[in-house]
Structure formats: C-alpha cells, structure tokens
Design a protein around this ligand. Structure first.
Ligand code: URA
Length: 239
C-alpha cells in the first residue's frame, strides 16, 4: 500500500494532507525520514513516526480509555467537553466511536473503536454483555438493598422490572453491580428505585475486559489481542 494511503487510513488526514506530511519530511520509517509519499509498503506490522511520534499500523483501532468525570461521551457535546478531545487527533479522524455511553459524571472503562461490527456485538441487547459498575451510595447498603436490586426494580419508562445480574456490598457505602442492558442512567435509576442514591459511579469492566489498575483517569491505551478475544467472547463461553 502506498505510504500516503497508509497514513490516511490511520487518521492523519486526507491523501493530500498525508502527502504534504511526507513531502515536508515529517514522516519517518525505521528512524529514516521518508520523502516518497508513493512508496509501496506492507502495512501489517509497519511502525512509522509522524512529527516524532511513533505509531504502528492497525487495520482497525481498539482502544480502552479511563474516562474522567466532567466529559461527555459524544462527538457533539452540549454542556461539557467531549471525551474525544482527550484522545489523539488520528484516533478521532479515523472515526472511532464509543461502545455505549457513560454519563458526564461517570468515570471508568470506555471502549472505543472504528470496528462497527464489534460496536454492534457489544451493544446488542440479545448478547447480554455484562457491564460492571462500582457505585458509591448515600445510605449504608444492607442485604435488603442487594435483594431488591437482584429481584428487579421498576423504572418509570418501562413496566417490566429490571434486575441486576449480580450485586455485592464492597463496604457499607460501596456496591459492585453488573447489568446486562444499557438504559439511560440505568444504574443511578435502579439504585434510586431501590431507595438509595448514587453519589459517584465508576465502570470497572465490560464483558471479559476489566479496567487495568495502571490505567489512570484520562489515559488510554490500545487493546491487545488477548483482551480483544476476551471482549468478543460470549458471556457464556468457557474462559
Ligand atoms: N448507569 C448510569 O446511571 N450511568 C452511567 O453512566 C452508566 C450506567
């Protein structure tokens, strides 16, 4: 594939813009500046640097991000800055989307990709992918709260009760719960319907992918092949 096309596929701009980057000596391969935008290269496994920053060719982008509070999960935010403003431009320009949304004040694991099929798989209500949250709550938790959440609560927009797939008390003010659907403000509304209140909320896992302890708030990293396999596995697949 021609270098300018490789750069375009990785989010460095239009073909013309990518050609400009190469012609201005801003692209290097193996430590050497490459000024031929039309040179044919094997993209798989290719490492290149643009303006001194090293990238590896990826046919598709799979990213995990530890969302901080105060950001909206939207390309067109209304009241707060967008989470996409915290990611490098090439990721945004190649069209990554978030898998599901987190509220502006929710923190934790957000998966971003330009693989439409994965977005569909992870968002499909049929697949019942568990999303695990830790909630700091206003009133001390007791076994009755856990039972209520596991048995199901009724939210105002649906007469069908909705239940947590799992729920445990981590300490009196902290609950860990798993949900397999993705309604608007679902965890906050479920906990409110059970007579308590969420003070803060953090997503700690999606399907088989847990938020790594060393990924700080506001940080992102590529999802590796093993993590991607864990994410793609059906919840019932043996691990
Ligand atoms: N449930 C909520 O209430 N908020 C989120 O951000 C995610 C799940």
């Amino acid at each position: 594939m021609q270098l300018e096309r490789i750069l375009q596929s990785q989010g460095f701009g239009s073909r013309k813009e990518c050609r400009g980057l190469v012609r201005h000596g801003l692209v290097s391969i193996g430590g050497e500046v490459c000024e031929d935008a039309f040179v044919e290269l094997e993209p798989e496994g290719l490492a290149f640097a643009v303006e001194g920053e090293t990238w590896e060719y990826r046919a598709q982008a799979y990213v995990m991000f530890n969302k901080p509070a105060g950001y909206e999960v939207s390309h067109k935010p209304k009241h707060h800055p967008s989470v996409f403003s915290l990611l490098p431009d090439p990721l945004r320009l190649r069209g990554i989307q978030a898998v599901g949304r987190l509220d502006e004040d929710t923190t934790g694991l957000l998966i971003l990709t330009d693989d439409g099929q994965l977005i569909h798989q992870l968002s499909s209500p049929k697949r019942k992918i568990p999303k695990i949250y830790e909630a700091v709550i206003k009133h001390a938790a007791d076994e009755q709260l856990v039972r209520t959440l596991l048995e199901g609560v009724v939210l105002h927009d649906d007469p069908e009760p909705i239940a947590a797939a799992a729920c445990e008390i981590l300490d009196p003010q902290r609950l860990r719960l798993s949900i397999t659907s993705g309604r608007y403000h679902q965890v906050k509304r479920m906990i409110a319907a059970a007579g308590n209140r969420v003070e803060s909320l953090r997503r700690v896992a999606v399907g088989g992918l847990a938020l790594p302890a060393d990924l700080g708030e506001g940080e992102w990293r590529w999802i590796n092949a093993e993590e991607l396999a864990a994410l793609r596995a059906q919840p019932s697949d043996p691990v």
